[in-house]
Structures are given as C-alpha cells and as structure tokens.
Write a protein that binds this ligand. Structure first.
Ligand code: GDP
Ligand code: IMO
Ligand code: MG
Length: 431
C-alpha cells in the first residue's frame, strides 16, 4: 500500500478537487476521511463543471474506488441529490465505485436545524457556518449519541438511537429556539428509507479498510483547510473536524508508515469564507480584483470569499505541524495581471515581531503583516505546461515560496481544467 495525501494549507478552497481529480489517474482508491458536505470541491473536465460535496472526487473516474471513511460526517439527503446530479451529467455512481464505512457518522435533520438555529441566535459573533449540520453531528459523535451508517439498516436500533439523541435536542428546539420539535417516529421512517438507498454502498460491519487497501495506491482527499482545524486553526472560527493532514490515519484507519506524499495545497493568494481572523485580508481594490479574477464565490453557499495576499507565516506554521513533502500551488494564473504581488513574511503585534501564528484570536486580530513585494509577470500563463516556459517573474515567485517554506513546488495549476497544470514529477513519488 502507498498513501498520498492532499490537504488544504489555508482556509479552504485551495483547489483540492482539481488537484485530487488530476492525481486520481495514478491511484486505485480516493478516500475522504474528515469533514462532510460543508466541503465544495469544483472540478472541470473537458469544459464540464462538477461540484462535489459529500462524494469523493474519485467518482469521476470509473476504474477507481471512492471511500468515505469513519472520520466523515455524511448526509444521506445530500448524497441522494448529489448522485442524481452526477448521473444527469453521465457520471455513474454505483456500489462498485463508492463505499461508505459502516462507522461513518450520519448528519441528521436535527443537526442541520440546530446549526441554523444557533447561527441565527448569535448576534455579532456568528461563525458563518455552512449550515450543513457539521458541528452538531460531530458533537453527537463525541457525546456517543451519534447515528452511524450501519445503524440506518436496523429500524429498531435506529429508532432507539434517534429517541436518545432527540431527548435533549427537542427540549432545546422548543424551549430555547422556539421551533417545532422533531418527531422520532417520522425521522426513523425517513432515515430508514435513506438507509435502503445507502445499503448497497455501506461496507459490511466486519469490513477493514486496511485489509481492502493492501497493495493499492490510496489518495487522501482532505476537506477544508489547515487553518480551519478544530485544534490548530483560528478557534472558534473553525470547522468541527481536524483538517491537518495527520488526521487521515484516524479518519479512515490506515497506518502512517505508508505515506509517500504529503501534498500541501497552497492557493497563490489567500481566501476565507465566513468569519474569523485573516491577517492578510485586503479590503481594497486588490482584494476585489482577486475575487473577480479568481471567481472567489463559495461552491457550497455562494458567499463571496474574503480575499488577500499569500501568508507565509500562517503557511510555515501549518507546514511545520503537517510535515508537508511538496506543494501544489494553485490559481497562479489569477495573478497574471498584477504589477506587484505582495507576500506576508512576518507578523508584528503592537510593534513587536512574533515568532509563529498565535494561538489566541485576540492576538490574531492585532496582527500587522510585514510584506515583501515581488514583481508580477503581466502575461497569460494558462497555456503553459512546462515549468521552464514560465516567465522569470513567475519562477521567482515560486522559488520565493519554496525557499521560505523549505519545500519544493511539485504541481502548478494555471487554470481550472484538468490539463491546465504543470507537474514536476521529480518531487512526487506518485509518478
Ligand atoms: P476546493 O474546495 O479546495 O476543492 O476548492 P474549490 O473548488 O472550492 O475552489 C477552487 C475554485 O478554483 C474552483 O472553482 C476551481 O475550478 C478553480 N480552480 C482550481 N484551480 C485553478 C487554477 O489553477 N486557476 C483558476 N483560474 N481556477 C482554478
Ligand atoms: P472546502 O473543502 C471554505 C468554513 C465555513 C465557516 C467554518 C465553519 O471546500 O475547502 P462549518 O459548516 O464547517 O461548521 O463552518 O468553516 N468552511 C469552509 N470554508 N471551504 C470549505 O471547504 C469549508 N468548510 C467549512 O465557511 O467559516
Ligand atoms: Mg471548496
């Protein structure tokens, strides 16, 4: 077995879908191991756009198994809608191509409702969640009152578990949020029906992914980005799972020892959706230009993404924790028309230089980034497929990133399409 990990190194939307799709040609299995349909991964193949949320990006190729690991929170309603859309576009979604761990946590209607009630009730401290029930579903998992995929197949068990989960929640819905309670019987029927649809995809209870993956090449598809990690991100403005690459092992049950590539996705600038610290955010014309040129609008919620410059302090912090072996630098073409490109190389807080990304968000909000300016290349690089053909200024930008982070850039993405990519195979064990 060999394992190749692809994770976002910023606040999400780095282009994981595009890069995972590109690399699927080289592997046997694509695995999602954390997060849920808060993710929105856009892939463009031959001009056709596919938006994936709950289903791993491997689904676009017929000879690959896509696996949804135990660390994921999975919404069966979203699965039904997403698989129908894929089929409309000619993509087959079959049990031969998609497997779900029996241990995967299920997102229930009450998780989505709770997520929305909580966000609506907050005044000036909204997280700006995707409203997909992610946090409440993970809470139930950790509280040991969650519903797992295999539970959907046993009506009596499902009913018992739903009743237990609703005990506290219905009290909250009625007394705290003033909304209708959930009916355990109706929910049992609804989710038992979902269970029938999911049954062929759910692996048997004695399934071992480690045994299944023996002798195969496995690509790990991260969701969100490292700075949204529940522990190491800008807490509490984070998602509810561990997004750092190290979590793959627990999120699907495979050993660390087989990791051959640990690819960190870095967008050539930075974006963030939702609230929370973003030291290099640009509120001026540059930020607006990045948003329009990069078409930075959320895949999941359609919200305009906040935009700003590359932040090498935040990236260094992430790379040190994750042990990234090479960088996939995406959306480099979005910088085509900038005279000068700014990059944050240090942080000052109240006149003092700080050493690493701070743990405290009160501190984060006082950060004044220290920038260097690099010269832009001012030409279209979208058609370039060889590193040597890139303009010198683009190569300088890449070298600057490599030098500061101490990791080579193995993939350079110059457009959304599968082929709009420069691959430096010498830095990847996958080829
Ligand atoms: P993900 O969540 O990390 O998979 O990223 P998203 O799919 O949410 O956002 C990335 C967006 O940028 C998508 O619309 C992609 O089609 C697009 N994209 C990916 N790579 C490139 C690139 O190199 N250049 C341009 N212009 N667009 C890209
Ligand atoms: P991909 O995989 C960008 C953000 C939300 C919000 C916070 C918490 O496409 O990169 P949640 O619904 O997870 O409880 O919301 O996390 N967020 C993302 N931002 N890309 C994502 O996924 C995200 N998934 C969650 O905007 O700020
Ligand atoms: Mg996205």
């Amino acid at each position: 077995m060999t394992i190749h990990i692809v994770t976002g190194s910023q606040w999400g939307d780095e282009g994981k879908g595009k890069v995972v799709d590109l690399l699927t040609e080289q592997v046997d299995i694509v695995c999602r191991y954390q997060g849920g349909n808060n993710a929105g991964h856009t892939i463009v193949v031959d001009g056709v756009k596919y938006d994936l949320h709950a289903i791993p990006s491997g689904i676009l190729r017929d000879n690959i198994v896509s696996f949804v690991g135990n660390g994921v929170v999975f919404d069966p309603e979203q699965f039904a809608a997403e698989s129908a859309k894929l089929r409309e576009k000619g993509v087959s979604v079959t049990p031969e191509k998609l497997m779900i761990s029996p241990k995967t946590s299920i997102i229930m209607d009450y998780h989505k409702a709770l997520d929305k009630c909580r966000e609506a009730a907050k005044k000036d401290n909204k997280i700006g969640t995707t409203g997909r029930g992610i946090g409440p579903a993970y809470e139930d998992k950790v509280s040991r009152i969650g519903i797992r995929a295999e539970d959907l197949l046993d009506r009596a068990l499902l009913n018992r578990k739903i009743k237990a989960a609703l005990k506290e929640k219905n009290a909250m819905f009625v007394n705290l949020y003033g909304v209708e309670p959930f009916d355990a019987e109706k929910l049992t029927e609804r989710y038992f029906e979902f269970g029938k649809v999911l049954a062929p995809y759910i692996a048997p209870t004695d399934f071992s992914f480690a045994q299944f993956a023996k002798g195969k090449k496995v690509l790990m598809e991260g969701a969100q980005g490292a700075m949204l990690d529940i522990d190491h991100g800008t807490y509490p403005f984070v998602t509810s799972s561990n997004t750092l690459s190290g979590y793959f092992a627990l999120g699907c049950g495979l050993p660390f020892s087989e990791v051959k590539d640990n690819i960190g996705l870095v967008k050539a600038y930075t974006t963030r959706v939702g609230a929370g610290p973003f030291p290099t955010e640009d509120h001026g014309t540059d930020g607006e230009k990045l948003r329009q040129t990069g078409y930075e609008f959320g895949t999941t919620t359609g919200r305009p993404r906040r935009c700003g410059w590359l932040d090498l302090v935040a990236l260094k912090y992430v790379f040190e924790m994750s042990g990234i072996t090479s960088i996939a630098l995406t959306k480099l073409d979005v910088l085509n028309d900038f005279d000068k490109i700014k990059v944050a190389v240090g942080y000052n807080v109240e006149g003092r230089k700080i050493k690493s990304f701070p743990a405290s968000i009160a501190f984060c909000e006082k950060i004044e980034p220290e920038y260097v300016e690099l010269k832009g290349w001012k030409c279209d690089i979208a058609k370039i497929r060889n590193y040597d053909e890139l303009p010198q200024e683009a190569k300088d930008y890449i070298s600057f990133i490599e030098e500061k982070l101490g990791v080579p850039v193995s993939i350079i993405s110059v457009g959304p399409g599968r082929d709009e990519t420069i691959i430096r195979k010498e830095y990847l064990s996958l080829f």
